[in-house]
Design a protein around this ligand. Structure first.
Ligand SMILES: NC(=O)c1ccc[n+]([C@@H]2O[C@H](COP(=O)([O-])OP(=O)(O)OC[C@H]3O[C@@H](n4cnc5c(N)ncnc54)[C@H](OP(=O)(O)O)[C@@H]3O)[C@@H](O)[C@H]2O)c1
Length: 324
């Protein structure tokens, strides 16, 4: 599978390094496209990639490309996905999938029409830690689960793609999306309510979010995201017999189980990863081989449902992007 990278920013480098480190016989880091040809050439040479393009359109038109990884800001995902789908390119689109639910629906409807694979690069859904945690819950290690607390925070408020409304900035789409996915991965998508509050920047985007989700079967999640500074990134899943502490919900490093007396009873082993970024690409490879149009780790319905949660929060907070 020849992989093309659309946009040569921060996360594109992480993806390229990961695929070099993965060294998978069936995955080739093939092409990169940037709005600047010089930038694309420098990127390609850093990772020994054969092809560099000075426009995204050229990458979309390259018949040899099997999968395009879209690594542009949130505001651009819709436009870039539609461009690639016009050329029937399979896609792995960075989170947040698009700026809003309608844009996600447009992309997925066009992908269906074109019979093309589209996946969301929400890496935590694809990692082995997900099934390890889910199995521990299913095995009843902490009893019947009822609540989740999770947070994610980094000092990123001064980044253009976070602070600018025209790039669909804000903590929610960039950071809040992780605790939301953490909660929905383990408690499911049958939500009864979505509520929250936020603190905004002068530009109008949200910088700190407090989010509460409830489920029809009586579960609850209290989630926090901030672009103002680092948070401990813990995710805690509570059950009737104990609780599970996941260190770093953005890329789980440790999963500990505590009992009723707050005693550590078990640490679940996690496999060594290249970076954690590899699993979503391997999932796309498998989906392409099997002729699937979505990945089982994050189905199209799930993509839409996460976007609905974020749309609902933004609507309550009075946050509208200029292009909406
Ligand atoms: N999974 C994770 O851990 C993780 C971490 C960080 C970010 N992300 C996601 O990855 C995506 C990109 O984030 P990033 O941190 O890589 O951002 P970034 O460093 O700002 O790079 C974004 C790139 O997008 C391209 N671009 C296209 N249109 C643009 C526009 N109008 N304004 C600015 N840049 C534009 C640029 O590439 P060219 O100049 O080469 O065209 C730019 O370098 C986002 O969806 C973000 O949420 C994921």
């Amino acid at each position: 599978m020849k992989v093309g990278i659309l946009a040569a920013g921060g996360i594109a480098h992480k993806m390229a390094k990961t695929l070099v480190g993965l060294n998978h016989a069936e995955i080739e880091l093939y092409a990169v496209a940037s709005r600047s040809l010089d930038k694309a050439k420098a990127f390609a040479s850093e990772y020994s990639m054969p092809v560099a393009y000075g426009s995204y359109e050229e990458l979309a038109q390259d018949d040899k490309v099997d999968l395009i990884y879209i690594a542009s800001p949130h505001s651009e995902h819709h436009h870039h996905a539609m461009l690639c789908l016009k050329h029937k390119k399979a896609l792995l689109v960075e989170k947040a999938f698009t700026a809003n639910e309608q844009m996600a629906k447009d992309v997925l409807a066009f992908a269906k029409e074109q019979q093309t694979l589209v996946a969301e690069a929400i890496w935590t859904r694809y990692m082995p830690s997900r099934s390890i945690i889910a199995k521990a819950i299913d095995d009843g290690k902490i009893g019947k689960v009822h609540s989740i607390m999770a947070n994610l925070g980094y000092a990123v408020a001064n980044k253009e793609r976070i602070i600018k409304p025209e790039l669909a900035g804000g903590a929610l789409l960039d950071l809040g999306v992780y605790p939301i996915n953490f909660a929905m991965m383990f408690f499911g998508h049958d939500l009864a309510s979505v509520s929250g509050t936020c603190i905004k920047a002068d530009t109008g985007v949200d910088l700190m979010d407090s989010i509460t989700l409830t489920w029809h079967d009586g579960k609850i999640a209290c989630l926090h995201a901030t672009a103002n500074g680092p948070a401990d990134r813990n995710g805690i899943i509570y059950g009737e017999k104990g609780y599970m502490v996941v260190t770093n919900i953005n890329n789980p490093e440790k999963v500990e189980i505590f009992d009723n007396d707050h005693k550590l009873v078990e640490e679940l082993p996690l496999p060594k990863q290249v970076s954690g970024y590899e699993y979503q690409v391997i999932s796309c490879l498998n989906a392409l081989k099997e002729g699937k149009l979505e990945t089982p780790e994050m189905t199209h319905t799930e993509i839409i449902e996460v976007m609905q949660v974020m749309d609902s929060l933004r609507s309550d907070w009075g946050i509208k992007f200029p292009f909406e």
